[in-house]
Design a protein around this ligand. Structure first.
Ligand SMILES: Nc1ncnc2c1ncn2[C@@H]1O[C@H](COP(=O)(O)OP(=O)(O)OP(=O)(O)O)[C@@H](O)[C@H]1O
Length: 294
């Protein structure tokens, strides 16, 4: 895969502070995100992982401007997505923010060829900016779709893996500095999954920020960082195979389930810091309390 598409100066970072999102259903509300604090630097590659229903898709949909936060702050590059009006959000989605939705049939126009899918994605870009865009064949080469036959094939003639790689190319076709991908390797076998990962890495190497929602540890392992979303918040963060808790705004820390299982909701906890920097946490009514106070 070549790396000819280089918008390094265009990569966009993400900042979320206390981000809240609530789905309103008949008669009741579902709090999908309950205060997400996250910083993703321009040019990073990040996997969002975590249990089903923890809020990963909601977070990327907000970041793509497809949903609007109920509270909190959300910036993508220099854009304030809370304040942006509908026109600005639409412009961002057409150009600066690329999104691969969950489900392989939602990102491509089935009756167009691979090349025409990319051309279609580029039609929304202002004429004067179009000259700066990579050509469809450059974008296809970047994601490993090199042959003339595949470039001109209709979507139905491509394998599922090729379609997902094409969706990656379509995602950045408008010059996006940020590519968001929601479960891009679901339903793929290991070989096709690895090819999609290579396509995402090529896009990242070409200078784009890449954020991938995934349940697949193999996918997460290839990203620079993994962020675990748990119960609508950032639970922990993985770097080079090690998992860390993340200090949130105002000193909030989301403890891992094996720790919270030991402390029922409403438990009173004591916190102490040793001289060597180790922070200890224990229940106020445990034996340790007496021991420590002696
Ligand atoms: N359209 C919707 N209407 C109501 N509730 C929703 C809707 N979409 C998601 N939810 C709820 O919001 C919460 C977060 O869902 P979300 O899809 O963001 O999680 P997720 O981590 O992406 O899950 P998965 O890994 O299964 O895709 C869940 O409780 C889910 O049931």
């Amino acid at each position: 895969m070549s790396g000819t598409v280089t918008p390094a100066d265009k990569a966009l970072g993400i900042t979320c502070r206390g981000l809240v999102y609530i789905y309103h259903l008949d008669g009741y509300d579902v709090v999908a995100l309950s205060g997400v604090d996250i910083d993703i630097a321009a040019g990073e590659s990040v996997a969002l992982v975590g249990p089903s229903g923890s809020g990963k898709s909601t977070l990327v949909a907000l970041t793509a401007g497809l949903l609007r936060p109920a509270a909190g702050r959300l910036h993508v590059g220099g854009h304030d997505l809370v304040k942006a009006d509908d026109d600005e959000l639409q412009r961002l989605r057409a150009g600066e923010i690329g999104m691969i939705l969950q489900g392989s049939d939602r990102n491509l126009i089935p009756y167009l060829s691979a090349v025409d899918n990319i051309r279609f994605a580029q039609r929304g870009i202002r004429r004067r900016d179009r000259a700066d865009l990579a050509s469809p064949r450059e974008l296809l080469a970047l994601v490993g779709i090199d042959s003339e036959a595949d470039a001109n094939a209709r979507i139905s003639q491509l394998t599922l893996g090729q379609r997902q790689r094409l969706a990656v190319a379509v995602g950045i076709a408008g010059g996006a500095g940020l590519l968001l991908a929601d479960e891009p390797t679901a339903q793929l076998d290991a070989e096709a999954r690895d090819e999609v990962v290579q396509a995402l890495l090529a896009v990242h190497a070409a200078g784009h920020t890449v954020v991938v929602v995934t349940h697949d540890p193999e996918v997460g392992a290839h990203m620079g960082r993994t962020v675990t979303i748990r119960g609508g918040r950032v639970g922990s963060e993985g770097r080079r195979g090690e998992d860390f808790l993340v200090m949130g705004a105002g000193g909030t820390v989301h403890l891992p389930p094996e720790v919270t299982a030991r402390f029922p909701a409403g438990s009173l906890l004591r916190v102490a810091q040793d001289e060597d920097g180790v922070v200890r946490l224990w229940a106020a009514d445990s034996g340790l309390e007496t021991k420590d106070e002696s």
